[in-house]
Design a protein around this ligand. Structure first.
Ligand SMILES: Cc1ncc(COP(=O)(O)O)c(C=O)c1O
Length: 478
């Protein structure tokens, strides 16, 4: 009896010491959520009552606090005696705001391998060209001879390959006009930091990937939504806005297989945008990272190919066609602008690592990239068709969608007003992650983003049947 009492006593101290150490070393910062009582009990192999006792002791020390219905947290106001800095106060008033809660949650759930990734913007591992890419990785050992930081613009061989790709798409640039970046997102960050000034207006499609980030909200920038009707940007609305606009501004568009709505702008709209950009002297960021993922026919050429004024900064990436963990993309634009952005790049991190650049260069030069794209398109086509078949079979009555002609996504809009947040959260409880439409727009919508690229056919079926079951339980006729 005495022995078990002593064991129990010793056990709760183990939990107390563990949490104290995490907090006092600053690994767990003020306001951080603690693992649940169940997880702690499992992790330490102890009774729930021992965990509760340990948490009570830590609460008495004011090191942690409980929030009704939400869980236990490291105290948001750590006692003045605590050695820990209140990092929350620092980050709250920092130049760059934190992600919103839904985005944070999605980012975390996307790392859980036991969840079905029904909305993720990433190729499923089955779609990665493992064998051929491994060959390119091996050849990096011979190609790698880089010495010094260079000018931060990237490996010349890769820049030359990007230049040829641009030429094939009607965009004529020399390699001085190309900057290799660590993914398209970095391209947007560089433009935001290096070219936009305090109080700039950023015009963008009302529903857009860009709303899920704070990339253009750092230093007093304003996002201005432009409507998108009948598969095209409302350029008359844009022109009205530009006419009355007094602030320095930029237009951001993702014109090919747009994330999340999948629409592709016709060439006529692109020409109209190039004309407005020239007339109102407004730079255009053309984020074209899904261009190569066409499934039915090649998309219209980029805005950059019809822009005679040199106002377009064209952004591309290998994240969606090979793997996003490579973190390699590019910006192409007027050489002077690229020089300014390269200077910023040198100040920030001296440029992207050469290893993935060389592997991608070899993958392109060996002809394996083009071969991979052909196989990838065929596989994505099959997945898209199957997903659409599932949706038509199970959700036709309650929702609508366009059949995507490329990219990774299907944008599903419910016919009746339903609680998207509740649907999202019940799906998570069932082990399924979709991307709720409210992440992509400040305006209300009734949509979710699904992906035919990030899951297997079996998972697609499970996901669609789960949505159907939840809606049926809510008495919606499916
Ligand atoms: C439209 C768009 N632009 C940029 C990015 C970021 O791409 P990268 O992984 O190359 O940084 C994404 C990622 O989902 C995207 O959808």
């Amino acid at each position: 009896m005495r022995e078990s009492f002593l064991n129990e006593h010793y056990n709760y101290l183990k939990i107390v010491e563990y949490i104290e150490k995490k907090v006092n070393t600053g690994e767990w910062t003020a306001g951080r959520k603690l693992p649940s009582q169940r997880e702690l009990a499992k992790g330490f192999g102890m009774n729930r009552s021992t965990v509760i006792h340990a948490l009570e002791v830590l609460k008495d020390q004011e090191l942690i606090e409980s929030k009704a219905g939400s869980g236990t947290y490291v105290a948001s106001q750590l006692s003045p005696l605590s050695q820990q800095i209140n990092w929350n106060r620092y980050s709250k008033f920092s130049v760059h705001p934190s992600s919103n809660q839904a985005v944070k949650k999605i980012n975390t759930l996307e790392t859980h391998s036991n969840m079905i990734q029904l909305g993720k913007g990433e190729l499923h591992p089955d779609l990665f060209p493992k064998k051929d890419f491994q060959k390119s990785l091996r050849s990096v050992a011979d190609l790698y001879d880089a010495y010094g930081y260079n000018d931060g613009t990237g490996d010349n061989r890769l820049k030359t390959a990007v230049r040829s790709y641009l030429q094939e798409n009607g965009v004529q640039y020399s390699t001085n006009s190309i900057l290799i970046v660590s993914g398209a997102l970095q391209a947007l960050q560089l433009i935001s930091l290096g070219l936009l000034q305090y109080g700039s207006n950023v015009f963008a499609q009302q529903t857009s990937y860009i709303h899920s980030l704070h990339v253009f909200r750092t230093t007093g920038m304003q996002m201005k939504g432009i409507p998108f009707h009948n598969n095209t940007l409302d350029t008359s609305y844009l022109e009205k806005q530009l006419r009355s606009n007094k602030s320095p501004s930029i237009l951001y568009v993702n014109p090919t297989f747009h994330n999340p709505t999948t629409e592709t702008m016709p060439l006529e709209t692109k020409k109209e945008i190039a004309k407005l950009s020239k007339e109102y002297k407004i730079p255009v960021i053309e984020d074209d990272i899904f261009r190569d993922l066409w499934l039915d026919s090649t998309p219209p050429p980029p805005i950059a190919s019809v822009d005679t004024a040199g106002h377009t900064l064209l952004v591309g990436s290998f994240s969606k066609t090979i793997a996003l963990t490579l973190r390699i993309g590019w910006i192409a634009g007027p050489a002077d602008v690229i020089e300014k952005l390269s200077d910023l790049r040198m100040q920030l991190d001296y440029g992207s690592s050469y290893l993935p650049q060389l592997a991608i260069y070899d993958f392109i030069a060996s002809g394996n990239y083009e071969k991979h794209l052909q196989v990838l398109r065929e596989k994505l086509r099959q997945r898209r068709d199957y997903f659409i078949h599932l949706l038509e079979t199970h959700l036709q009555e309650v929702a609508q969608w366009n059949i995507p002609e490329g990219g990774l996504f299907i944008w599903v809009t419910f016919r009746e007003e339903i609680n998207i947040r509740k649907l999202w959260s019940q799906l998570i409880d069932n082990g399924i992650v979709v991307n709720p439409g409210f992440m992509y727009s400040p305006y209300p919508n009734q949509s979710i983003r699904l992906s035919y690229a990030s899951c297997t056919e079996e998972e697609m079926k499970k996901g669609v049947l789960s949505i159907k079951k939840i809606l049926q339980a809510w008495s919606l006729k499916t």
